[in-house]
Each structure stands twice: as C-alpha cells, then as structure tokens.
Ligand binder design. Structure first.
Ligand code: GLN
Ligand code: ZN
Length: 768
C-alpha cells in the first residue's frame, strides 16, 4: 500500500494561539507552566487533525516555541556562554537566544542570535552559532524523544523530525570573534545524532525524518563530501536506530545525487516534486533496490488546492518504476509555510475559496492521493470529481483570465523598458526641474504610524467614520508631515504614507486579481506572523492608487514631493503567487499596473517617484546558473517596465533594505534608477566599494542611520558616516537619507535624528 505523509505542520494553531500564549508569557501575563500546557495542547490538536485526515506518517518534533533550528542548540548543548551564564530556566534561555533578553534590574542584557531567511521562504530561522573548542552534549531529555512519547501516550505513532547534521553545520556559522569552520565539527556532532537515534528507537520510533535541505544548494566540496561518511556512520547503528527518511525540499537534488547513491543506510529519500518534478527519474535511478521514494506532490509553500489528476500521475509514474510499497505520497515540504485552515475564512468569495487549500486541507489531500493510488480511483471517486471541477473552474474563471491584460502583455515592446535618454541627459533635465542642492536630503517614505493613525484607520475599516471624514484626517496628517519636513529643512519631501496599512496589502487592495483573507496567518519568525495577500488572477489597475494623496501633498508643499510605490517584485514575493502561470508573467502584469501609476503621478505634477523593491534579493534562486540568470532578467525587466514611462525630468528612486549587492550588482545597476537608497548604517561602508569598482554612474543614498532602534544618532556620528561614504562615492553622487522608512519610530526621536542628519548634510554642502 502507498502511505501518505506530512513533513511538518504549522504550529501557531487556528487562531494564532501559540503567538498569543508566547507573547502573554513574555509579558508576564501567564506562567511558564501555562505556556508549556498550551504548547502541549496545540501539538496534540495538530496530531489529531492529521490522524483524522487519514495521514499515515505524522510528524512530531516539528513543533517549536520559537524556531525549530534554534531547538537544536539546546538539543546539542551548544548554548553560547553569554546566555548560559545567567542560569536561566531552559525555556527562558531559549527565548533569550531567539530574541535577546534585557532585565536591567537583574543585570541581564544579551542580544539575540542572528536570524536569517530559511532558504527562499519568508520564514526566518536562528542561525546555529558555534564556538572554537565547541563542546557538544545531548540534552538529558531530548525534545524529539519527549514529543514522540507525548504523541505515543495519546495513541498516535509519529515520525520525529530533526535537522540533519550536514544541514545543521552548513547553515551554522562561527560566533563573533571565533574562527571555527562549522563543517569541521561533523565528527564531534555525529555521536550525538547516533545517541539520539538510539534513544528514539528505544522509545518506540520505527521511523525518523532527517531534513537535509542543503542538498538543493550548490555545496562547497567539504560540505558535500560530509554526507556519505555521516550517513554511513548513522547507518551502522542498524536495527538499534529508526529507519531514516532523508528529506530535501525547495529545489532539486540532481546536482548532488552522487552523494546519495548507494547510501543503503537510508530507508527513503524525500524530494520536492512540486518545485522540481523533472528530478523524479534521476532520483529514482539513484535509489537502491529496497529504498523508498517519498514523493512531495502537495505544495507546502502555497495555498492552492492540489490538482489531484496531475499529482496522481506523478505518483503513478514513480509506482511504475518502484512498486506500491516503495512510494510514499507527501507534502513537498513542511506545511509551516501555509496558513492553518481554510475553515476560518468566512468572508472569502465562494468562487475563489473553492480553489484554496491550507494546512488542514492539505493533510487530507495527501491521504486522498495515497488512497487513490493504493485502491484505485473508484475508492475516492467523489473527491476526485469535486477536485477536477474546482481545477476546471479555476482554469476557466473570468477572475483568472483577463483578455485585456493578456493583450496588453502581448503588446509590451523592448523599448518600453528603457528611459528615453541616458542618465547624464536625464540628470541635466532633473537638475533644471528639481533644483536640488549638493547632498540632497530625503526620507524613505513612511513617517511614524501613530496610535491615532491606527485608531482612525480602524474606525474607517469598521465603517464608524465616513470616507470623507477619513480623507480629511489623512489630509491633516499629510499637512502635518509636510510642515515638519519644512521645519527640518529636508530637500525632497514625502507624504508620509499615513493611509497605508502595509506596503503590499495597500496596493493589492487596489488591484484587480488579488484577494485577502482574515485568518490566513503564516509564521514569519518567533511569534511574528504575516498574512500575505493572494494573487488569484490576471492583475490590472482599475484606477489610480496613490495619486490623490501624493497630489494633495504636493499642493501643500513648497519642495519636490516624492511619490511612493511598491515595486512589482516586492508585490509578488510578499503575496501568495499563482501557480498556474509563471511568476515572470505575474511580475509583468504588476509592472504594467505600476507603470500606469508612475505615469499618472508624473501627469499630476509629481517629479520624483520612488519604487521600492526590498524583496528583489530574496527572490534570487538558491543556486547560481541559468535559473538565477533568468530570474534576474525578468525581475529587472519588471522594474524597468514599471518605471520607464516617464520623461527625462522625472527622477526615479528605488529603495533596498540591505547593501550586500556583490552577487548581483549588475542587476541593481541595470535597474537604471536615478537614485538608489539602500540600508547601510549597520553595514560596513566598504560594501560601497562595488559601486566604485563597477563605475556606477548614478546617485546613491546609503542610509546614514539605523531606523530599527529608537536611539538618536548624533550629528557628529552622521558626519563620520558621510565622510566614510565619501571615500567611495563622489559628492555629486551622494544623497543623504536614513536606512529605511520611519513608520515604526516615535515622532520625538524621528525629529531629533533628522535634525542631526540635515545638519550633517549642510556641513558637507558648505565644505564642497
Ligand atoms: N517606503 C517604505 C517605507 O518607508 C519602504 C519600506 C521598506 O523598504 N520595507 O515604509
Ligand atoms: Zn527599507
């Protein structure tokens, strides 16, 4: 029989219960025992959901109070001394590593470990951080064993999930001031894995899922070479360890397949056949005579209902080669990246609701597919028919397909991607129109989103105030920030974005082709969740989205007013995209919509327009090579298409929340933005060297102060920063701005910081 399996389940719960409990614990509102009890309740609930759905292989140890990678720090006893020295309760020590801890009264002040994006997802994990002379010791009560036993006590047999040794070390780094090369630690770490596996087996676990997702990367030779010996060693445990399923996801493993060939210690290998169905043949060919393929055919990264017919075909294809007992139907990755359940969505339009499937529904999908291939389609005829109907309805829906959008895309020409003239000529025009001084000062767009703004927006959303009242309120906010910018003597003004809830949602709500949910939260990091909008169909702009506010701001402002838009790639990346057309097609549709907005802003008299693309980098495919080249081409084209409709005198800005451009500098340069503002205050000014080396001709505003902290930078310190930047950039090139938008800051510190920033700019203006 063909089994069904889930690789991991979202842990927040139906109503973000875990977030609420965790934050209540942090805030001192519930006790540690109450939090632990809530975690236990959620784990049990999630196992039951999967059991009831008919899932054969249910994961455990996929739960984490903060992050599943961070859990391994406690599992292996690799807690840096700066945390362990306080002798905190294990749970508090764990949170201290995840989010830092400041308790001045108790003399505790320690920042969090570094957190970075998990592969190309929007989930962030805590980076394993190792010391020179690192000691390793398996926890006395290993969490994977405890959670396995917990499920067992509830009558549910699970397959514990752990992060594999090679991935753990490949994702790890040496701690600050340390030089240890993580992969060199393999021999010390492996005995702990062996001990853990033995304990799991003793507890009754017949199977274990060991995640080795780094197999989808281009691996360094040393890391790649670590696989074989590691798994041969674990394999030598024989019957005293559970059977190992080695799981990979978010890419193909064809380029690393040689490390898995002849690894008889692996019972099965899991691959992502949603993202890379074409790897099936190569992986099957590499399997040993008794090895099992876990076929990831239900998408763990997106919210679409699985196309049963297509998924069954993939599975049947594998069965033909391997037989029914050597194939498992699985989710492509953990379901951590999708919302909990569609059942919570009460306001979704019925037509599109029928197209979605969240974690609870996806658990049923794997079970249905497994049953279909085991017993034959007749066993699940009803489900297959209903599914075929949904798939068909989606494919032919007027909401999916808009002939006008398609016609417009077909008419896009190469010319439309290019500004009318080269930068030098544009600059000459812009100098005439904008009359900006040397070292022009500006901000990145948002000003403090005060409590009052949130209250009024809430009232407006609930219908407690009229659109006219809300508009009056927004206009007053705009007048206030214009006045403040006048007092601060900034050079290029912004309207402050008081009307925007979120930089993607705001645009999504004004575009055709998007839908929104009420409860579809996914964990971003720790207790933080995001609720991405969903692109369901061809995207177009029925009416201007930002012109009213920008025009009003310009009408009350004596200085150039910068229009503020979110770019096509960021709109795409921070939404759930469609899976029925290529992302490049969706990006182009978004680009055309934003292009119209840019042109309308210009026509309304806005001479400076900023198109933010902070998500451009995270869309970069995980491996170098053709996929990355292709991505950069369509991503850059989308940005250019969105901005190139203006005349030479209009200044196009773009903004990025980082300054590591080394691996894709040519793409940033190719955007051809007149001014690029980037995060830089916490980075090394040396990163600007690439602009010199590559003879970047246009203007740049590297952030001169950090906006993530309420701390006010002194004028002196900003001057030092500017001085450093001038080692790399010419005075004519350098714009002065903060790192990013100011929406999370308070007004007092914002005014003080900007005063110092403007004074520092004036100092250099007088000097040059
Ligand atoms: N214009 C946006 C703001 O100022 C940019 C935010 C971002 O880059 N993440 O808030
Ligand atoms: Zn930013």
């Amino acid at each position: 029989m063909v089994q069904s399996s889930v690789l991991g389940f979202p842990r927040m719960g139906k109503l973000r219960d875990l977030k609420k409990a965790t934050e209540a614990y942090w805030g001192g509102k519930i006790s540690r025992d109450e939090l632990l009890a809530e975690g236990k309740r959620l784990r049990l609930e999630h196992w039951k959901i999967q059991q009831d759905a008919g899932v054969d292989v249910i994961p455990s140890n996929d739960f984490a109070f903060y992050d599943q990678v961070l859990d391994h720090h406690q599992l292996f006893g690799t807690i840096p001394e700066r945390y362990s020295k306080y002798n905190l309760h294990a749970l508090d020590e764990y949170f201290a590593m995840g989010r830092g801890l400041q308790k001045p009264a108790e003399g505790i002040d320690v920042p969090a470990l570094e957190m970075v994006k998990w592969f190309d997802s929007n989930y962030h994990y805590v980076k394993p951080t190792l010391q020179d002379n690192q000691q390793y010791k398996l926890a006395a009560e290993p969490k994977p064993v405890a959670e396995f036993l917990e499920a067992k006590a509830a009558g549910i047999t699970t397959r514990p999930v752990i992060l594999g040794p090679v991935s753990f070390l490949t994702l790890a780094k040496a701690d600050r001031g340390q030089t240890v090369e993580p992969i060199s630690q393999l021999d010390q770490l492996l005995p702990l894995y062996a001990e853990l596996l033995t304990k799991l087996k003793a507890a009754g676990a017949e199977d274990v899922q060991i995640d080795e997702p780094v197999l989808v990367f281009d691996l360094a030779e040393k890391n790649k070479a670590a696989f074989k010996p590691a798994y041969e060693k674990l394999g030598s445990l024989g019957a005293s360890a559970p059977r190992i399923t080695l799981a990979t996801y978010f890419g193909d493993i064809v380029h690393n397949i040689d490390v898995l060939a002849n690894l008889q210690s692996l019972h099965s290998i899991h691959v992502d056949l949603v993202r890379n169905p074409e790897q099936l043949d190569t992986v099957v060919a590499a399997l040993g005579p008794n090895q099992v393929l876990s076929a990831g055919v239900v998408d763990g990264r997106n919210i679409w209902k699985t196309n049963f017919k297509a998924a069954i075909e993939k599975v049947e294809n594998a069965i033909q080669k391997l037989g029914k007992d050597r194939v498992i139907v699985a989710t492509s990755s953990s379901l951590l990246h999708v919302p909990h359940t569609l059942a919570s969505e009460k306001t979704l339009d019925a037509e599109v609701r029928d197209w979605f499937s969240f974690a609870v529904e996806k658990a049923s999908e794997v079970a249905v597919i497994a049953k279909a291939v085991t017993e034959g389609p007749a066993a699940v005829r009803e489900q297959l028919e209903a599914n075929a109907k949904s798939v068909q309805a989606r494919a032919s829906s007027a909401r999916t397909n808009d002939p006008a959008v398609k016609a417009r895309q077909a008419a896009v020409t190469a010319d439309m991607h290019n500004r009318r003239s080269e930068f030098t000529q544009r600059l000459a025009e812009q100098t005439k129109t904008l009359k900006l001084p040397l070292f022009p000062t500006t901000t990145i767009g948002s000003f403090p989103q005060t409590k009052e703004i949130r209250i009024q927006r809430n009232k407006f959303t609930k219908g407690e105030i009229t659109p006219e009242e809300y508009e009056k309120f927004i206009e007053k906010e705009i007048r206030d920030v214009v006045k403040i910018q006048e007092e601060l003597d900034l050079d290029v003004f912004v309207h402050g974005e008081p009307e925007r809830n979120d930089m993607v949602q705001y645009f999504g709500e004004r575009l055709t082709g998007y839908v929104f949910t009420t409860h579809a939260w996914v964990q971003s990091y720790g207790s933080r969740c995001v609720r991405p909008p969903i692109i369901v169909g061809d995207v177009s702009r029925p009416a201007p989205m930002t012109v009213k506010e920008s025009k009003y701001a310009a009408s009350v402002s004596p200085k150039p007013m910068k229009g503020m838009l979110t770019g096509p790639i960021t709109c795409l990346r921070w939404s759930f995209p469609r899976d029925d057309v290529h992302q490049s097609v969706q990006a182009q549709q978004l680009a055309l919509a934003i292009r119209d907005e840019v042109v309308d802003l210009e026509a309304a008299g806005i001479q400076v327009i900023q198109v933010d693309e902070p998500a451009l980098r995270e869309g970069l495919p995980l491996r170098t090579g053709s996929e990355r080249v292709a991505y950069l081409k369509w991503a850059v084209d989308s940005f250019k298409l969105s901005t190139a409709g203006v005349t030479d005198g209009t200044q196009i800005h773009s903004h990025f929340c980082y300054s590591e451009f080394q691996d894709f500098f040519h793409a940033i340069a190719a955007l051809d933005a007149d001014v690029l503002s980037i995060e830089n205050s916490k980075s090394d000014a040396k990163l600007l060297r690439v602009f010199v080396d590559e003879k970047y001709p246009r203007h740049i505003g590297p952030g001169v102060y950090d906006i993530h902290s309420p701390r006010i930078p002194s004028e002196e310190e900003i001057k030092v920063r500017i001085e450093e930047m001038l080692q790399y950039l010419t005075p004519a090139q350098l714009n002065i701005n903060p790192d990013c938008g100011l929406k999370t800051r308070g007004w007092e510190e914002t005014k003080a910081a900007l005063t110092n920033m403007v004074n520092a700019a004036k100092f250099f203006r007088a000097k040059y």
